[in-house]
Design a protein around this ligand. Sequence first.
Ligand code: TPP
Ligand code: MG
Length: 408
Amino acid sequence: MTTTQDTHSLAFMTGDEFHIPTFRLLQQDGTLFEGAEAPDLDQQKALRIYRAMLFTRVLDERMLAAQRQGRLSFYMQCTGEEAAVIGAAAALDDADMIMAQYREQGALAYRGFTYDEFMNQLFGNELDYGKGRQMPIHYGSRKLHYMTISSPLATQIPQAAGYAYGQKLAGEGHCTITFFGEGAASEGDFHAALNMASVHKAPVIFFCRNNGYAISTPASEQFAADGIAPRAFGYRMHVIRVDGNDVLAVYQATQQARVIAVEQNQPVLIEAMTYRLAAHSSSDDPSGYRSRKEEEAWREKDPILRMQRWLIDLGWWSEDEEKALQESLRREVLETLKRAEKRPPPPLDSLVSDVYADVTPALQRQLDRLKSHIRRHPEAYPKGARSLDPDVSATADADKPNGEQGGA
Ligand SMILES: Cc1ncc(C[n+]2csc(CCOP(=O)(O)OP(=O)(O)O)c2C)c(N)n1
Ligand SMILES: [Mg+2]
């Protein structure tokens, strides 16, 4: 459908005539803005959201420390964006599909992914669902309707459009949410996905976390327009911009977006304005590209503190409960970390399984070559590597003089 209206005076447009406001309900002191109304959220659900936010913060702090201690190869924090991610996840049905980028562990925590499940993935041990084939933070859970993370940016956005189209055809009243950063929205896939979803009327929520940076590139160097939200107009799509550090606003906006998606079969774009308080990843140092002052200004807008004050004001939470929860989360995260790092890696043979129904000759040859390489150079492999495969340990031990048993 194209609407045209003739004009006889030359006039270009830039889109500047549209102003997209930011939907906000909660102030930093935990009180509502004048005229704002809290969404329909009972104490039980509010506390489920809050606990997931705190869980995520504690997990992130501890796992970054574990990376610094050399126990973990890599990590990415959600710090500062917990309200955006968890507020959105909470507004969905738990059986709706989540297709995330990599900084949305809070959504998975909200759904009930356990510390053990997080840790097993992070350490790539024998219980990791991905069998140690992915870098840390590439979580996935079939049971919790959370598609496994893909490293190449924006992969999940067109996949979400397609998956949601399938949900519409299945007619079971579910939708898909896809999370992505404002940086990923520069990929062509973003546009293909929005166009497809709006033409085919797919029940999908495109949730952009505009956290100000794509690694070291500030948003001001990424796009000339007013953020990501105006792009929805090009696809005739519903859009809302929301304060991403305001859990109530995110929750209400996403809840309403879900109604539009599921009841009207219309995609929705949400742009959540937030800030990546931590480094991009454990491999990044933001002091080279942004000021402490800027970070401090955003630290003042901490989304967890904002929600905590609201809960305490309502009498739904107390400082004692806060202290007790923080302590138990810290204890639990440390215990599960220790458990997961001690577990052995997946068997070596699993490197080539689940790719084809039967292992192909080419893959088998690669595996055989790898095994004989490890046999020749066991010392070049990390502790535990020889026991990856029972054949390897047995042969290597038999080769040793005096029947000495290798303990590697
Ligand atoms: C196709 C592709 N290009 C580049 C990268 C490298 N890369 C990883 S994360 C990232 C920045 C993404 O920023 P944004 O989407 O804003 O997400 P944020 O990290 O801020 O949450 C880049 C460039 C990649 N993973 N995939
Ligand atoms: Mg970003």
